[in-house]
Write a protein that binds this ligand. Structure first.
Ligand SMILES: Cc1cc2nc3c(=O)[nH]c(=O)nc-3n(C[C@H](O)[C@H](O)[C@H](O)COP(=O)(O)OP(=O)(O)OC[C@H]3O[C@@H](n4cnc5c(N)ncnc54)[C@H](O)[C@@H]3O)c2cc1C
Length: 405
């Protein structure tokens, strides 16, 4: 990109991802002169790879209940002002075909590229200028104007919007830029860690389980401590055993609440009352692993029967305390993950710009007028299932409306 003349904008948006593009489009259509700068060669890469290429763009049930933040009330205002229904109506206007997959999750029928096209087109309608790849070198403030030093020259904006996302998937250009700018302007940033991420294991209990790699089944999973920052949560979702550890929606959800050193609890047969089934005399002639195979995949049934050396035995051959031990093992399996698979495999960043620094109606810094933070860089993280994009849309909309008012 060659250097261009110095220019003046009503708003400069740094980061042309989900939140940045949506904010720019809305602000442009409200009459602001908007510039979007992004360092990526290809725009919207994270959207393109989202939802397995079909972009789970929102969730019918999106509400503050599905978000983690040190201040659980912060997201309320933005989510109320721009809801899942608002974005669904926009998607319908573009005649993008979509379907509900599971628990209110809405996916494009065809491709996530449809959402990128929608965002870019909204920007076009707002006469937004999008420049990429552009190297953003520094940000400073002079009187009432924000100055951004870039590889295409210095740009001036009345408002500056930080929308460079979080740290997941560094290979497609994720960076800590927004967090660094927050710190530069003396804004607090909460502890960050990878979220919606598979968990890895090193202990012996798991080395035998890794032989079951590829197996997927519905479980009930819980993680977190009631008195910790984000509390604890229970999910009924599918779990996937991999050769490195545990993954699948159940584990990704639980990872948001898990902290290093803690155990997670899995109920492998949550739809069955194992205690009464194993003690029921009607079942006394059933072979343990055959009975377990009525509840779960056969390989896993064999695994659990072998764990307590009950393979090939009938219930009648086991003492009551042994039957209870097996019921407890299935209903309250507790395991301590060694860690997560990190930023490379995470879908979101937990933590970010401390919400106490921002006005929840506008996303504007309380200390610095006309400085805004939106999307994933803010300490608001959604559960799996379209809630993270909904936060991008809602926070972007709140910011755009505020800048235009
Ligand atoms: C594999 C994967 C699948 C996902 N699937 C879903 C899903 O189906 N549903 C859902 O709700 N959420 C999903 N997410 C999460 C979702 O993608 C994010 O929550 C969302 O993209 C955040 O929007 P954002 O605009 O804040 O950040 P981003 O969309 O990440 O955009 C940030 C932009 O800033 C640019 N940028 C970064 N650093 C700089 C810098 N230093 N200078 C200039 N530009 C910079 C980037 O190039 C990027 O374009 C998924 C995430 C991943 C990784």
């Amino acid at each position: 990109m060659t250097k261009s003349a110095v220019d003046q904008w009503d708003a400069i948006v740094l980061g042309g991802g989900a939140a940045g593009l949506f904010c720019a489009g809305v602000a442009g259509q409200l009459g602001l002169k908007v510039l979007v700068l992004d360092h990526a060669q290809i725009l919207g890469e994270k959207i393109r790879i989202s939802g397995g290429g079909r972009c789970n763009f929102t969730n019918l049930h999106s509400s503050p209940h599905y978000f983690l933040s040190l201040n659980p009330n912060f997201a309320k205002s933005a989510l109320a002002r721009y809801s899942a229904n608002d974005f669904i109506n926009l998607v319908k206007r573009y005649q993008i075909a979509f379907h509900e997959k599971h628990q209110g999750q809405l996916f494009c029928d065809e491709s996530a590229k449809d959402i990128i096209h929608l965002l870019v087109n909204e920007c076009k309608q707002g006469k937004v200028r999008i420049c990429h790849p552009v190297d953003i070198q520094s940000v400073s403030r002079t009187k009432d104007t924000w100055a951004v030093e870039t590889s295409m020259g210095r740009q001036f904006g009345t408002a500056l919007v930080l929308a460079t996302g979080g740290l997941p998937v560094p290979a497609i250009g994720a960076s800590a830029f927004s967090l660094e700018i927050a710190k530069q302007f003396d804004l607090a940033v909460t502890e960050i860690r990878p979220g919606l991420v598979p968990l890895s294991f090193t202990d012996d209990a798991f080395s035998s389980m890794s032989e079951l790699s590829g197996l997927s089944l519905p479980v009930q999973i819980s993680a977190g401590k009631k008195n910790s920052a984000y509390g604890s949560h229970l999910f009924n979702e599918d779990l996937l055993i991999t050769h490195k550890g545990l993954s699948g929606p159940a584990v990704l959800q639980a990872s948001n609440y898990w902290h290093e050193g803690e155990s997670i609890q899995i109920n492998w047969a949550y739809e069955r009352d194992c205690h009464s089934e194993f003690l029921n005399e009607d079942n006394r002639l059933k072979v343990v692993e055959h009975h377990l195979a009525e509840m779960m995949p056969k390989k896993l049934a064999d695994f659990f029967a072998a764990q307590l050396n009950f393979s090939g035995r009938k219930w009648t051959e086991l003492a009551k305390k042994d039957r209870i031990a097996l019921a407890n093992l299935l209903n309250q399996w507790s395991v301590k993950p060694a860690g997560t698979l990190g930023w490379k495999k995470a879908e979101v960043m937990l933590g970010g710009v401390d919400t106490r620094e921002l006005d929840s109606q506008s996303m504007m810094s309380k200390k610095h007028p006309n400085l805004y933070f939106i999307g994933e860089c803010v300490d608001v993280t959604g559960h799996l299932g379209g809630h993270n994009f909904q936060w991008a849309w809602s926070s972007a909309y709140a910011c755009a409306r505020a800048m235009a008012s």
